[in-house]
Design a protein around this ligand. Structure first.
Ligand code: UDP
Length: 481
């Protein structure tokens, strides 16, 4: 008998490593376990050497073509002061003609378009060509609940969200505290908020929703998205699939980096890894306090340091050269810091092999900005966290990690509002390293690691199987119309 032709999925991705990494990993999975033909369309701005290496390593051993599409110039449309969601969405919209040309010239034409949350305006292309369309949320189900419910909150809540005294009730989900709302909700009068509300529309127009989470991590939010009548009607009864946790695996390649060689010489479970993601930058004052805190704790650390920002810049990750190499001395660190901590600490300038570090036996804790990829990588390595949320949906992630999952400690002040003092840094590091609380968190995160492994074990996992069935059905429908 003739074997059916392979389905071809195009996965469209907005700028930023935080989206491209999970997109490539999803692509790999669909090829390796589900016999799809996959092409990744990555809309890009600037990419550093370290980032390109990371991307190469995710495509080296597999036939996964990545077509880089330069992001359209938006400087004449969007003010340079516009916030990150506004900028990304404008870029994605202005790039649609190039995306269309790229897709139409593909042979075979894709049957399916998968897009990240900022890609949904390209659904028009899917409709023109007759492709099934799925949105891939590179964050969690609780966040998905908030995004989809935001248009309702917009009608119900009077005044700024951050000025409310009661948490926002998302039907059947955990409520979201006013101070934890996603960045674009911080100021309702900003254009960014309108653009953000529009994301919900894009999500509801998809044929299905894929989320980088797993059933046992977020049973409540997933149940709500699938069964709550209000949420069901908002997402127009679209199926919700958990495709996670998809994270990079620990795959040492080639020569050991210096930081790994340093970790090799440290005692087991003694090091705190400090990193704020691909875009996180701290103020000069905060860097000083963090440095003093690490020094005062007298514990071992690996710190990925970036030059300070005047303020926390959410959008720095797609602007120029944030992860470029640092020239000369790190003069923003306290005087003598590098010298005094030479034996206890290792400072990495700008980019580190994060998954390899998290999986190293010497590493005990992760001070993280709670980006969802970093969070999943930490859980998948069984490493407890210090939840230092900075931008996007990270305050929600931090709340989930500390209050619900109990695998992280969190500063008493919000790092986005106030400087976290050195004593508090010291306290949190000690709590992870030698406190009872730290031990309990490590126990918990080890159990989560097991549950994460179970979620994707076996070549065919149930969620993907349902997704594939839905995909085939939708593809047949589209090709008939
Ligand atoms: N990353 C890395 N080395 C670094 C900084 C980041 O490998 O020095 C990787 C990290 O492992 C993760 C991604 O970049 O896979 C960052 O994604 P995340 O969602 O945590 O945060 P974002 O950078 O999008 O805020």
């Amino acid at each position: 008998s003739m074997s059916p032709k392979k389905l071809h999925a195009a996965i469209l991705c907005s700028p930023g490593v935080g989206h491209l990494v999970p997109v490539l990993l999803l692509g790999r999975r669909l090829i390796n376990h589900h016999n799809l033909h996959v092409t990744v369309l990555a809309v890009t701005t600037t990419t550093s050497t370290a980032e390109s290496q990371l991307l190469n390593s995710l495509t080296a051993d597999i036939h996964l073509p990545v077509i880089q599409i330069p992001a359209a110039d938006i400087s004449s449309i969007v003010s340079p002061d516009a916030k990150v969601v506004t900028k990304i969405c404008a870029m994605m919209r202005e790039t649609i003609p190039t995306i269309r040309t790229t897709i139409s010239s593909m042979d075979p034409l894709p049957d399916i378009l998968i897009g990240d949350i900022f890609s949904t305006e390209s659904w028009t292309i899917a409709e023109e060509i007759g492709m099934a369309k799925y949105v891939f949320i590179t964050s969690n189900a609780w966040f998905t609940g908030l995004v989809t419910y935001s248009p309702v909150l917009d009608k119900e809540v009077v005044g700024q969200y951050v000025d409310q005294t009661e948490p926002f009730k998302i039907p059947d989900c955990k409520p979201v505290r006013p101070e934890d709302v996603v960045d674009p909700m911080l100021d309702r009068d900003d254009e960014d908020y309108r653009v953000y509300l529009n994301l919900a529309v894009g999500v509801t127009l998809a044929d299905g929703i894929l989320i980088n989470t797993w059933e046992n991590l977020e049973p409540q939010s997933l149940h709500a998205l699938r069964n709550n009548e209000i949420l069901r009607s908002i997402v127009k009864n679209k199926p919700v699939y958990t495709v996670g946790p998809i994270t990079k695996n620990y795959e040492p390649v080639g020569v050991k980096s210096e930081v790994i060689e340093w970790l090799d010489k440290q005692p087991e479970r003694s090091v705190i890894y400090v990193s704020f993601g691909s875009g996180g930058t701290l103020s000069a004052e905060q860097i000083t306090e963090l440095a003093w805190g690490l020094e005062l704790s007298q514990q071992r650390f690996v710190w990925v340091v970036r030059p300070p920002a005047g303020h926390i810049k959410d959008g720095s990750f797609f602007e120029s050269g944030h992860s470029g190499e640092l020239n000369g001395q790190a003069d923003y660190l306290p005087e003598g810091f590098l010298n005094r901590t030479k034996k206890k600490g290792f400072v990495v300038h700008s980019w580190a092999p994060q998954v390899e570090i998290l999986n190293h036996v010497s590493v005990l804790g992760f001070m993280t900005h709670c980006g969802w990829n970093s969070t999943l990588e930490s859980i998948s390595s069984g490493v407890a966290m210090i939840a230092w949320a900075l931008y996007a949906e990270q305050r929600m992630n931090a709340t989930m990690l500390t209050e619900e999952l109990k695998v992280a400690v969190r500063p008493e002040v919000l790092p986005t509002k106030k400087v976290v003092g050195r004593e508090e840094v010291e306290k949190m590091v000690r709590c992870l390293i030698d406190g009872e609380e730290g031990k309990a968190m490590t126990e918990k995160v080890k159990r989560l690691k097991e549950s994460a492994e179970e979620a994707l074990s076996g070549t065919i996992c149930f969620q993907y199987e349902s997704f594939m069935k839905n995909l085939i059905l939708n593809t047949i429908c589209k090709s008939k119309t």
